[in-house]
Structures are given as structure tokens and as C-alpha cells.
Ligand binder design. Structure first.
Ligand code: ADP
Ligand code: MG
Length: 212
């Protein structure tokens, strides 16, 4: 499996599909402990990326992630827009045109996630998208260190993302709108953790079916 920007059109389409299929469920989650606009916010960004997909496929990762990040920042809105945007802009800075094998990608993704933490002044355990992003970054570093086979890495990322999303259910929200509900925020999965997990699993699914 080669991880190259030429895959971006398929990745973006798979992400658009999975968010569309789960839109009602995620909106219900955001209505329970947020203001219900998370999917609409995100879909605005995804539609902008769908329109840019062929141009993105011709760029290198540094340029592609920069463009994706800026597009998300300017179209998504909400708390999640600047956070998802920050993830990609920071990955662009970290990538610096280097070939992306697993150890290098693990570092680049980790730097993206660290930037999201700084931007949101948040960390794992606060019932946000970081409860998916942080464990996935940790898993990628561990898999890279142990030279795990590509197919197993993809399965592992999928499992870790789902477990991270599920972990938000019983957490107390201490960041974002859900934190206003205090104890009443418990018992609901965080919408941003859910969409982050869905998008990661959509990426895994495309990469799993991409020939070597
Ligand atoms: P808003 O809350 O402004 O309406 P969205 O509904 O688009 O924005 O996004 C909400 C999601 O953003 C939450 O479900 C959570 O995952 C994420 N989020 C909110 N605040 C933070 C933060 N400080 N750090 C990380 N993620 C956050
Ligand atoms: Mg919202």
C-alpha cells in the first residue's frame, strides 16, 4: 500500500459518504450535549474538499495538507473547524516534503495532534475529538517502533479509533459546549470524537483495499 496524495480523491469521497450515512446519528449526539450543528459544519468543509479533490491529488503532502487545513478553517466554522484545520496545517509543517513511511507518518500525525491539543487547550480524557486522535497517534508510534505489518496497522488503527470514540460516553466534558452541562454531559458519546472516528475508519477502509 502506497500512501500518496493521488489517493486523496478516494479518501475525500469515502469521508463524505461515511459522514452522510451517519449524519442523523451524529446530529442526535451533538443535540444531546452540544448545539446540533457539528455535522452541518463538517459537511460544509467536506463539500469544499470534494470540489478541490482533483487539484489536491496533484500536490505533495506538504502542500495538500496545507490546502486542506486552510479550507477546513475557512469553511467548517464552530470549534471543530479551527481544530481540524490546525491538525492538517501542523501536519503540513511537520511533513516538509519527506517520504512518508510509517515511522515518519506517525511523527507527522503526532505533531498534528499536539497542535490540536495546544489550540483547544485540551487533552485526552476531556470528551472531545482528542480522545480519538491521541490514542491513534500513540498506536501509530508504537506500531512504527515494532515494525508491525501495514495490514495489521490498519486494523489496529480502526480498533483504537472505535475504542477512543466509545471512551467518551462516560466522560465528563470539560471543554467545548458540552462542558456547560457538567455532570449531565455523561452518558453521551462526543459528536466530534464520533466524526473523527468515522473519518479515520473511512481512510482505513480505502487504504485496506488499495493495491500495494
Ligand atoms: P461548536 O461546539 O462550536 O458548535 P462543532 O459542533 O462543530 O463546534 O464541534 C464540536 C466538537 O468539537 C466537539 O464535539 C468536540 O469533539 C470538539 N471540541 C470542542 N472544543 C474542543 C477543544 N477545546 N479541544 C478539542 N476538541 C474540542
Ligand atoms: Mg456544535
Amino acid at each position: 500500500m502506497q500512501f500518496i496524495p493521488a489517493l486523496l480523491p478516494s479518501l475525500i469521497e469515502a469521508i463524505a459518504d461515511i459522514i452522510e450515512k451517519n449524519a442523523e446519528e451524529v446530529t442526535a449526539l451533538d443535540q444531546a450535549i452540544g448545539d446540533g450543528d457539528h455535522v452541518i459544519n463538517l459537511q460544509r468543509g467536506i463539500q469544499a474538499l470534494v470540489a478541490q479533490r482533483d487539484g489536491l491529488a496533484k500536490l505533495d503532502w506538504t502542500a495538500a495538507w496545507q490546502k486542506i487545513g486552510m479550507t477546513l478553517m475557512s469553511t467548517v466554522g464552530g470549534a471543530s473547524g479551527s481544530l481540524f484545520g490546525t491538525l492538517f496545517v501542523a501536519m503540513s509543517k511537520a511533513a516538509q516534503d519527506q517520504a512518508l513511511d510509517l515511522p515518519r507518518f506517525a511523527q507527522v500525525f503526532t505533531q498534528g495532534v499536539e497542535a490540536v491539543k495546544l489550540r483547544g487547550k485540551a487533552d485526552v480524557g476531556e470528551k472531545t475529538m482528542l480522545d480519538v486522535l491521541v490514542p491513534v497517534a500513540a498506536y501509530l508510534r508504537e506500531a512504527a517502533g515494532n515494525a508491525v505489518a501495514a495490514a495489521d496497522v490498519l486494523t489496529g488503527v480502526d480498533c483504537v479509533a472505535v475504542a477512543g470514540m466509545e471512551s467518551t460516553r462516560d466522560m465528563l466534558a470539560t471543554k467545548g459546549r458540552a462542558s456547560f452541562l457538567e455532570e449531565r454531559s455523561r452518558g453521551h458519546i462526543d459528536a466530534g470524537a464520533k466524526t473523527t472516528q468515522l473519518m479515520i475508519c473511512a481512510i482505513v477502509s480505502v487504504l485496506s483495499t488499495t493495491p500495494a
